[in-house]
Design a protein around this ligand. Structure first.
Ligand SMILES: [Zn+2]
Length: 343
C-alpha cells in the first residue's frame, strides 16, 4: 500500500475516515508490512506483502469460500503435478501469470490447461476494456480481482487502481505492481472500506454471482462510485429464464464455493434495486467467442469457423441476426454477455 490510498479508506469497524499507518516497513515502491490503525475506534488492520487486510471478522460464507480457494489445486502442470496457489507456486509460474489473460500459447493456456478458460475469455476482457475508454488518472476499482491481471492492465493505462478480493490469489499481484502500481485489499465486496463516490469505474469479471444478495452488493458498488460513474461486469454466470440450474453449481457449493446462477432478469432487477438508474444487459458477439476458441484449440477450419469470420467482418449482419437471438438467449442459454450500469 501507499499512503495516498488512506484518503479514500474507511475503517470497516466504525466507518471513520481516520486510518493511518501505525507501523510500516517499506521498500522502494510501497509499505510492505505493518499495520494501519483507526484514530477513532483504535481498530488495527494488518499489511502483509503490500496488501491491506480488512477481512478481520469475515462471515461464514466468506471463510468457507476462502478456504475452498486455498485448498483448490488450481494449477496442473504437463506431468500431472498439482499446485495450490501459494507464494512458491506464484514464483514458480511467474512467467505464466505475467502473460495473463491471453497467455503465451503454452500448455497451461491450451485445452485442458489450468488457464484455458482465462485465455479463451481474453477477447471479452479486452473488448470490455476498450469499451471503457479509460483515461489516465481515472480511479478504477476491481472487485473479485482474483489474480488481478485486469487491475494490472488498467494500471498500465495510467489509471489509479485498487484491486479487492477475499482470497489469497490476490498475492499474484506482487508480480504486477513492480511494473505498474495498484493497491490491493482483502475485503468483502458487500461492505467495502471506501468512502462514498471514491471511484470513476468499478469492474468485475465473474465475481458478483458469488453473492447471495445482489441488491446489497449492487447498492454497495453504487455507493463507492461517483455520480455518473460506470460499472462493467463481464463473464458473470447467467442461466436462461427457463433453464434449470446446472448440476455443477451443486458440486461447487459442496466444495464451499458460493456460486449462484441468476438469470438475466434477476441481474437487471438486482442492479435496479441496488439503486442504479441506467442498467443494460448486452449479449456479446458469439462469432468472436467462437473464433477465440477455434484459434486457441487449433481446431479444424470448418464451415462454422468460416461463418464466424464472415460475421466478424460484417458486424451489421451479425448484429441483425443477434437481434433475433435475444429472446432465445434470454430464455434458454445467454452465453457471453455483460452488464453495464451508470450511477
Ligand atoms: Zn474505526
Amino acid at each position: 500500500m501507499k499512503q495516498e490510498i488512506l484518503s479514500i479508506l474507511l475503517c470497516p469497524n466504525c466507518r471513520a475516515n481516520s486510518l493511518s499507518v501505525k507501523e510500516g516497513i517499506s521498500d522502494q515502491i510501497e509499505v510492505r508490512t505493518g499495520k494501519i490503525a483507526c484514530g477513532s475506534c483504535r481498530s488495527e488492520y494488518k499489511i502483509e506483502g503490500g496488501i491491506i487486510d480488512f477481512l478481520r471478522n469475515p462471515n461464514e460464507g466468506v471463510l468457507r469460500e476462502r478456504r475452498a480457494m486455498d485448498e483448490d489445486d488450481y494449477i496442473t502442470d504437463e506431468t500431472g503435478n498439482k499446485y495450490r496457489i501459494t507464494n512458491q507456486t506464484i514464483e514458480k509460474f511467474k512467467d505464466k501469470f505475467l502473460v495473463f489473460p491471453e497467455g503465451d500459447g503454452s500448455y497451461f493456456f491450451k485445452p485442458g490447461g489450468s488457464f484455458q478458460s482465462t485465455a479463451e475469455a481474453s477477447g471479452r476482457f479486452y473488448s470490455a476494456m476498450d469499451g471503457l475508454n479509460l483515461r489516465k488518472g481515472e480511479r478504477v476499482l476491481e472487485i473479485g480481482a482474483c489474480f488481478s491481471y485486469a487491475s494490472f492492465k488498467f494500471a498500465q493505462k495510467g489509471c489509479s487502481v485498487a484491486a479487492l478480493d477475499i482470497s489469497n490469489y490476490l498475492k499474484v499481484s506482487d508480480l504486477y505492481v513492480k511494473q505498474a502500481y495498484f493497491e490491493r485489499l482483502f475485503s468483502d465486496m458487500h461492505r467495502m472500506p471506501f468512502m462514498d463516490n471514491s471511484f470513476d469505474v468499478v469492474f468485475g469479471s465473474a465475481v458478483l454471482h458469488h453473492s447471495k444478495n445482489l441488491k446489497d452488493v449492487f447498492a454497495e458498488i453504487r455507493r463507492v462510485l461517483r455520480p455518473e460513474g460506470r460499472l462493467v461486469l463481464i463473464n458473470e454466470a447467467a442461466k436462461g429464464v427457463l433453464e434449470k440450474v446446472h448440476p455443477v453449481y451443486k458440486k461447487m457449493e459442496e466444495k464451499g464455493f458460493g456460486d449462484t446462477a441468476y438469470n438475466i432478469l434477476e441481474w437487471i432487477r438486482g442492479a435496479r434495486l441496488g439503486g442504479f438508474r441506467r442498467v443494460k444487459a448486452v449479449f456479446t458477439s458469439l462469432a468472436d467467442d467462437y473464433i477465440m476458441k477455434y484459434k486457441n484449440r487449433g481446431a479444424k477450419f470448418t464451415f462454422k469457423v468460416r461463418l464466424a469470420y464472415f460475421f466478424m467482418k460484417h458486424r451489421r449482419i451479425e448484429n441483425f441476426i443477434m437481434f433475433f437471438l435475444i429472446l432465445p438467449r434470454l430464455l434458454f442459454r445467454p452465453k457471453s454477455w455483460k452488464l453495464l450500469a451508470i450511477k
